[in-house]
Design a protein. Structure first.
Length: 296
């Protein structure tokens, strides 16, 4: 199989969409039950029944569908870990990005999946099943499914929950919003228990630099990147709070929407490591301001 084969990438996209929607059904089932007690892994990171059930549903779809498409592709999921063959081509998924936000009753969490070759993200999917209308308000909660294939554009579809699946509306192309000239930027610069002391200091330097007009954020990397694309904040400056599974999918979408996505080398991240600084901004000039403010 060749990764530059458009038909194959289209098929991979459809498998990833099937996987995240299957995972989201489990998330909403747990949400509807009101019984999503959690526990902590590594004494710092909350995991709920929704994370675990979504992970299992996603992995089941991935294994069955990729076995037929290409059995040499490996898998890496947030809860179940790595499985399948070791390969330079792999599929990753975060079954519930923004678990703390979800557990606090928020609706900007996401279920994500992606496909990577040699560290280069080629396909990304970010699904927010309650972002427009929460399950607490209507059984047919409505959300947003965003996705992209490298060099193929970014797209979004409105979704409606049926109780067992999701109805997807018409796809529309996604482009970044127009930028109103400002001196300071609405920004999410997260501080997290996942961060090492130096990473925390980077974020503090940005917050103290004067370039942030107001801090925002929705508790998960996928949701935060969606805010930079669809509106709500100018910049997402993740200086150590996130990892590849929750940053790769929105990277593909943001790049295809015309955003600037940089690592420390001022180019889109190549994921040969699991954790690295990650900036999403409207243009290179603004991204540079934030990296310099962080001392990078």
């Amino acid at each position: 199989m060749r990764g530059d084969n458009q038909e194959v990438l289209d098929e991979i996209l459809e498998i990833l969409i099937a996987a995240v929607t299957s995972g989201a059904v489990e998330v909403l089932s747990v949400r509807g039950s009101g019984n999503f007690t959690g526990q902590y892994k590594d004494a710092t990171e909350l995991v709920t029944q929704a994370d675990q059930r979504s992970d299992a549903a996603i992995l089941s779809i991935l294994k069955s569908r990729f076995r037929a498409l290409d059995p040499t592709i490996g898998f890496r999921l947030e809860e179940s870990g790595a499985s399948g063959p070791e390969s330079s081509r792999w599929v990753g998924a975060d079954p519930l990005d923004g678990t703390n936000h979800f557990a606090a009753g928020g609706v900007a969490y996401s279920v994500q999946a992606h496909y990577v070759e040699n560290g280069v993200p080629l396909v990304g999917v970010v699904f927010q099943p309650e972002v427009y209308l929460p399950l607490s308000e209507a059984a047919n909660c409505t959300g947003r499914l965003a996705y992209a294939i490298r060099d193929g554009g970014a797209f979004v579809q409105r979704t409606e929950f049926t109780g067992a699946d999701f109805v997807r509306g018409a796809a529309r192309r996604v482009t970044k919003p127009p930028l109103v000239e400002v001196r300071r930027y609405v920004s999410c610069v997260p501080l997290s228990t996942k961060m090492a002391p130096e990473e925390w200091k980077r974020a503090e330097r940005v917050l103290e630099s004067g370039i942030v007009a107001v801090t925002t954020g929705v508790g998960g990397a996928g949701g935060n990147v969606m805010m930079t694309i669809f509106g709500g904040q100018h910049v997402y400056a993740n200086l150590g709070a996130g990892e590849d599974l929750d940053l790769i999918p929105p990277q593909v979408i943001a790049l295809e929407a015309g955003m600037t996505v940089w690592g420390v080398d001022r180019t889109p991240p190549i994921w040969n490591v699991r954790k690295q600084p990650f900036i999403v901004a409207p243009n290179p000039q603004i991204a540079e301001c934030f990296l310099r403010a962080a001392g990078l």
